[in-house]
Design a protein around this ligand. Structure first.
Ligand SMILES: [Zn+2]
Length: 289
């Protein structure tokens, strides 16, 4: 089976061909995806014979119709991506939220389809979640499940991009980390630069990562109490900073989780190309059932 796997972000589109579970081609297109996505995809597979298309999108997706209900960073609102592509390519097209795709890809390709349940947490500019139970994603055709970035952790906490206050993302998202660092030091740095500072001993940066770990620990303890996953797997750019806040995160899990859940392991994903492999897993699952 040959599958076209796609990951659509705010400033780039990654595409690859997955054949029998192996990524055999991969390309990145650095342009605003909103205007020409259908042309871009159809020209990419012009002479290729593919069985289906899987697409991960940062945003809320109606997985039944493939409509992107809201993709804030991409500028899409009620964009019928699945239908447009299916008409153009004449093969089955599946569109899904990118954190769901991550969780499914990890379950299948990193954990060998073994665990009964996996909670995937993507830590980037925003925070996303996906939950796989007995091989299936927990999802809603209304497009929003496991929107853990907007789970309220501090009722009167900082303003969030969603209009609420004290969401996990406003306390532990990449954008919040950059905002805090600049407010506390007067320096505007990227997440990667703040990480570098922390690794070279910058006390302010270290403190901010510990605060991030504290809030993520609170959030994941609540999520573990609700979902009781076999394992929590972290992904996204900020997951690379885990060693800076692992202790405080794990302490919060132990402190707040109910007894059967206290020992839920948390690991950082080592799966390369999780987004493309997850998109492929989505198609494989749909076409082989
Ligand atoms: Zn929010």
């Amino acid at each position: 089976m040959e599958i076209l796997a796609i990951d659509v972000g705010g400033t780039k589109v990654d595409m690859g061909i997955v054949k029998d579970g192996k990524l055999i081609a991969r390309d990145r297109f650095l342009n605003s995806p909103s205007e020409n996505i259908v042309n871009l995809i159809s020209s990419y597979i012009k002479d290729k014979d593919i069985d289906g298309v899987g697409i991960g999108v940062a945003g809320q997706v109606d997985y039944e119709t493939g409509t992107v209900i809201f993709g804030g960073n991409i500028g899409w609102e009620n964009f019928p991506l699945g239908r447009l592509l299916q008409e153009e390519l004449n093969v089955p097209v599946f569109v899904e939220n990118d954190a769901n795709i991550f969780a499914l890809g990890v379950w299948k390709y990193e954990l060998g389809s073994k665990p009964e349940s996996v909670l995937g947490v993507t830590l980037g500019t925003g925070i996303g979640g996906g939950f796989v139970y007995e091989g299936d994603l927990l999802r809603s055709k209304r497009g929003a499940t496991l929107e853990i970035g907007h789970m309220v952790i501090e009722a009167e906490g900082p303003a969030c991009t969603c209009g609420s206050h004290g969401c996990l993302e406003s306390l532990a998202g990449g954008w919040a980390l950059e905002k805090w660092y600049s407010e506390r030091t007067g320096e505007k740095l990227t997440g990667a630069q703040i990480h570098e500072r922390a690794r070279s001993g910058d006390k302010e940066a270290i403190f901010l990562y510990q605060r991030l770990g504290y809030y993520l620990g609170i959030a994941c303890a609540s999520l573990a109490n609700i979902l009781n996953p076999d394992i929590i797997v972290l992904g996204g750019s900020i997951s690379a900073t885990f060693p800076l806040w692992q202790d405080i995160y794990e302490a919060e899990i132990r402190r707040r989780a109910v007894p059967p859940v206290k020992d839920t392991p948390t690991v950082v994903s080592t799966l390369k190309e999780a987004a493309l492999l997850g998109a492929s897993a989505l198609v494989e699952q749909a076409l082989t059932r």
